[in-house]
Ligand binder design. Structure first.
Ligand SMILES: N[C@@H](CCC(=O)N[C@@H](CS)C(=O)NCC(=O)O)C(=O)O
Length: 212
């Protein structure tokens, strides 16, 4: 028997927890959450570090005391417990392609938006040793990542498979999070705009938006 999840260390406004929360909502998984106040440094307290082992959210605690960090690792465990709806791939080839697009989204658009935000917003100075040039470099990369996604979505509804997967979730959270740095969506990315509207209209996404 696999140990059951008992607690999610969460911060619903932060983008990695957002990815996991969307994943959970799509799967219909309910779990007790404990909000972690990142701005107050709660994730760096000795108690948090002793329990979780790393100063970050999300983190998933299991009934046997194991704590899993890293959004993708948490998702992987939860998918083993709740295989449907499948978000990480059925079979090795599909799983590899979803992982590939997930990583491209995470290390591409998601990282560009994240670095741009963390290195430019004065409030983030409590969490980040800020480098304004790095914020600008990353802001400059966003349009290219959006255009690449738009090209990928030509003639298809979803990024990696015939249905929404974790690749879409990561890319969507990143594309949406641009709003926090007031990045303007370039014109002409019609495939991307249609895909964003498709995800925004899903019950899981809508439920998440209204909770915030
Ligand atoms: N690679 C990790 C990243 C986790 C992460 O960086 N989470 C952010 C919130 S989005 C955090 O906890 N930041 C704390 C800090 O910057 O001190 C994952 O995929 O979950």
């Amino acid at each position: 028997m696999l140990p059951k999840p008992v607690l999610l260390y969460d911060q619903p406004l932060a983008p990695n927890p957002m990815r996991l929360n969307l994943f959970l909502a799509e799967k219909g998984i309910e779990i007790e959450r404990i909000p972690v106040d990142l701005m107050a440094g709660a994730h760096k307290s000795p108690d948090y570090l002793a329990r979780v082992g790393a100063p970050q959210v999300p983190a998933l605690e299991l009934e046997d005391g194991t704590v899993i960090t890293e959004t993708q690792a948490i998702a992987r465990y939860l998918e083993a417990l709740h295989p449907e709806p499948n978000l990480l791939g059925r079979g090795p080839l599909e799983a590899a392609l979803i992982e590939m697009w997930q990583r491209r989204a995470e290390f591409g658009l998601f990282a560009a938006v994240g670095h741009s935000f963390r290195h430019s917003n004065p409030k983030m100075a409590v969490l980040e040793q800020q480098c304004p040039d790095w914020a600008e470099v990353n802001r400059g990369r966003i349009d290219g990542h959006l255009a690449a996604l738009d090209r990928r979505l030509e003639g298809r509804d979803w990024i990696a498979a015939d249905r929404l997967t974790m690749a879409d979730i990561t890319a969507y959270v990143a594309a949406n999070f641009r709003r926090i740095i007031r990045h303007e969506m370039p014109g002409g990315l019609d495939n991307l705009a249609a895909w964003m509207a498709r995800i925004a209209a899903r019950p899981a996404t809508a439920a998440l938006e209204t909770k915030r």
